[in-house]
Design a protein around this ligand. Structure first.
Ligand SMILES: Cc1ncc(COP(=O)(O)O)c(C=O)c1O
Length: 401
């Protein structure tokens, strides 16, 4: 399969502004087709879902198409796709619902590799239920999350294991399939945070063994919409807080209030866009997505080798993490400058990067860099090119003096 990055870039109007967008891990730009889909939905006329008139029917159809698209992207079932404002809100919602069945003596496992959105909802819910929190530790400096430790952590009292499919700062991809297998063998559920992982390669939540798989469309060329995908049968067994007249069906019972219908049309368009990158010609949308995301992953890996090699060769730069399997996400500090100073310096050179803890709260604490402002994150996505990487390396090299 070919991967023509200049063709990919041409689909994104924002990329023409002269900036190197290396902030994709915090949110990607939108292709014209996604912007059109959102505008087109409003232009056609939308009504609240479930009504008797055509504009309402359009919203219902958009919602159904969005569930099907997210299911294709993740390898789940449309009837198990819960849509909402973002991953954090949905995770707090699910944590509250699941914890209603927990009590003293029950245990939940969280990791120090995870973004806080897959930590604090479980820690808070466990505290309210009187349940115990157990922590999986990161092996430093490599930044690995050894799967073997879960054999010690998981007991017959474990109710849930929350683990990320990829760290949003170090890029580490833990062996999620082994971790969820250990959880399942003990009768525990697994909640896999796929927010950072999803844009960086093909996703198969069944192969990951995830009971719940969370993702956010704004990390993969879509609008600000979050989704959690689960087996519909599992969702039937959970009773979240809801207003009485709202549907009690699955997955609707998990969706509080009115959905952002026009944005949902944008989510579907983003999935269509991803299915088309790399010129995957034939097959179902799921098949095209798997091929396209594999091509994107290879493209990112090639660029990342250049980026990481360049940073590692600079004596004034410290890079964090060297996991065996990782996304194209660099986390580094520059001697004599705070991460914010570096980000401001790069912004003045039209290079977008993130600085700070990036909500990897426990991990930046474990790395001992949080108090000093954590680090700079340069995250590659499929639309980044050699020029973006070259500009970053040249600018950081200039900071040696
Ligand atoms: C790994 C990871 N998990 C969770 C989140 C939170 O996602 P959302 O903004 O959809 O709540 C982020 C956002 O940066 C993330 O990178």
């Amino acid at each position: 399969m070919t991967f023509d990055v200049s063709k990919v870039r041409a689909a994104y109007p924002a990329l023409a502004d002269g900036y190197a967008y290396l902030d994709g891990a915090a949110g990607t730009q939108l292709p014209e087709a996604v912007i059109d889909a959102i505008g087109g939905a409003y232009r056609a006329g939308l009504g609240n879902g479930g009504g008797a008139f055509p504009a309402s029917g359009r919203s219902d159809q958009i919602t159904a198409e969005c569930r099907a698209a997210v299911a294709d992207l993740t390898g789940g079932e449309p009837a198990g796709v819960i849509l909402g404002p973002n991953m954090t809100t949905l995770t707090f919602r699910l944590a509250a619902a699941l914890a209603a069945g927990w009590g003293p003596g029950d245990e939940v496992i969280v990791t120090r590799l995870d973004h806080d959105a897959n930590v604090r909802p479980w820690v808070s819910a466990a505290a309210r239920a009187g349940a115990t929190v157990r922590w999986a530790e990161v092996e430093l400096p490599a930044g690995e999350l050894p799967a073997g430790q879960f054999r010690e952590l998981v007991t017959d009292r474990t109710r849930l294991v929350a683990v990320t499919a990829a760290s949003n700062v170090l890029g580490t991809r833990p062996d999620v399939a082994s971790i969820t297998a250990i959880a399942r063998a003990a009768g525990a559920l697994s909640y896999v945070d796929g927010v950072h992982a999803t844009p960086h390669g093909p996703t198969d939540m069944r192969a990951l063994g995830a009971d719940f798989y969370a993702t956010s469309a704004y990390k993969w060329s879509g609008p600000h919409v979050g989704a959690v995908v689960a087996d519909p049968g599992l969702l039937e067994s959970i009773r979240p807080d809801k207003v009485t007249p709202a549907p009690d069906t699955v997955p609707e019972r998990f969706e509080q209030g009115t959905l952002p219908y026009a944005d949902l049309a944008g989510v579907t368009a983003a999935v269509e866009h991803l299915a088309g990158i790399g010129d995957a010609a034939a097959g179902t949308r799921r098949e095209r997505l798997l091929a396209a995301m594999t091509a994107a992953q290879e493209h990112e890996a090639q660029l990342f080798a250049v980026l990481l090699g360049g940073l590692a060769a600079m004596p004034h730069v410290t890079t964090y993490g060297r996991a065996r399997s990782r996304t194209a996400t660099a986390f580094f500090t520059v001697a004599g400058r705070t991460p914010r100073q570096v980000a401001e310096y790069l912004a003045a050179r039209r290079i977008n990067v993130w600085d700070g803890d990036n909500y990897a709260w426990e991990l930046t604490g474990a790395l001992g860099i949080r108090a000093a402002g954590s680090a700079v994150r340069a995250g590659l996505v499929h639309y980044n090119d050699r020029e973006d990487v070259g500009r970053l390396l040249a600018a950081v090299a200039d900071l040696a003096s």
